[in-house]
Design a protein around this ligand. Structure first.
Ligand code: MG
Length: 299
């Protein structure tokens, strides 16, 4: 009987010890969880300030700035467009689709243009003449969209012909319906007319909207002497056609004209007898590219 009682007591003690151990384990687990919760609730540590620039680095050759110079002026902040092709905050809109935007343009005599606004686009009215911006520009980034007539009619230079001109009509980036339409290379769509054919033919079908993104730098003169030719970089439907190509002189039909000193000029669109349409057109003036504090860095 004694032995039986002693065994029962031992069993009870063992069970009690197991219960205590089990509880300790649970508590430990709960403690870990509590620890994690406490850690997540803590506010994030303040990050150590990273350097915004350096003054103990070598000078960039030809400039007064150190590499990563902390005192070098930062670029202006502008609002980029929400969608590709839309004007950023610092753009000058030349045609947004509104009827009233046609007033930003005039004919070559300074009179109201006879081009018309159709379905949110400016359409060339044949024989009404070129249109030009009332505002004059020097170096610019231009975005402009265009569509050649559909169904197509005519051939070679007679099909969907217009043009985007810089410098008061001096330099033409050709607009032509070059979709399955043979014409001379230096006159097809995207050519710097009569001088440089585009690198590729990136034309869409007639009637489809296409776009140019062009960077134009006007020529520079010292007195009557040309010191820097006009240059053009052209993207057609996002495809590079020309990269900072130097124009030999004002473009023309069967000729290249000589450079003559010029000031800033209008942007022009050509009337070549075809009802080509244009829309969503804007420019950014680029004089600041060479004169802004971020670039004025010569010693
Ligand atoms: Mg043309």
């Amino acid at each position: 009987m004694k032995n039986y009682l002693f065994g029962a007591v031992l069993l009870c003690l063992a069970l009690a010890a197991m219960a205590v151990l089990a509880q300790t384990g649970n508590a430990s687990q709960a403690g870990t969880q509590t620890g994690e919760t406490t850690q997540a609730a803590q506010p994030p540590a303040t990050p150590r300030p990273a350097p915004t620039g350096y003054m103990d680095t070598p000078l960039i050759p030809g400039t007064k700035w150190h590499i990563h110079d902390d005192t070098r002026p930062r670029p202006a902040v502008i609002g980029p467009a929400a969608n590709p092709g839309e004007p950023p905050a610092d753009a000058i809109v030349l045609f947004s689709g509104k009827e009233s935007d046609i007033a930003l343009w005039e004919d070559q005599k300074g009179q109201p243009t006879k081009w018309r606004v159709v379905d949110g686009a400016m359409e060339c009215v044949p024989k009404s003449g070129y249109v030009r911006t009332k505002q004059k520009f020097g170096d610019v980034q231009l975005h402009i969209e265009f569509a050649c007539p559909t169904p197509p009619s005519g051939n070679s230079q007679g099909r969907g012909n217009s043009g985007v001109f810089f410098g008061d009509g001096r330099f033409e980036v050709q607009v032509l319906d070059s979709y399955d339409n043979k014409s001379y290379a230096d006159g097809q769509c995207g050519a710097l007319y009569g001088q440089y054919p585009p690198l590729v033919n990136a034309c869409r079908k007639p009637g489809e909207w296409q776009y140019y993104d062009i960077v134009y730098h006007m020529p520079r003169f010292e007195g009557d002497k040309l010191v820097k030719a006009a240059t053009a970089t052209v993207f057609h439907n996002g495809v590079l056609l020309h990269e900072k190509r130097e124009l030999m002189g004002p473009t023309g039909h069967k000729r290249i004209a000589p450079y003559v000193p010029m000031a800033q000029g209008s942007l022009q669109l050509q009337d070549h007898g075809n009802p080509v349409r244009f829309r969503n057109s804007w420019v950014r003036e680029l004089e600041q590219y060479e004169t802004s504090p971020t670039q004025l860095d010569k010693q």
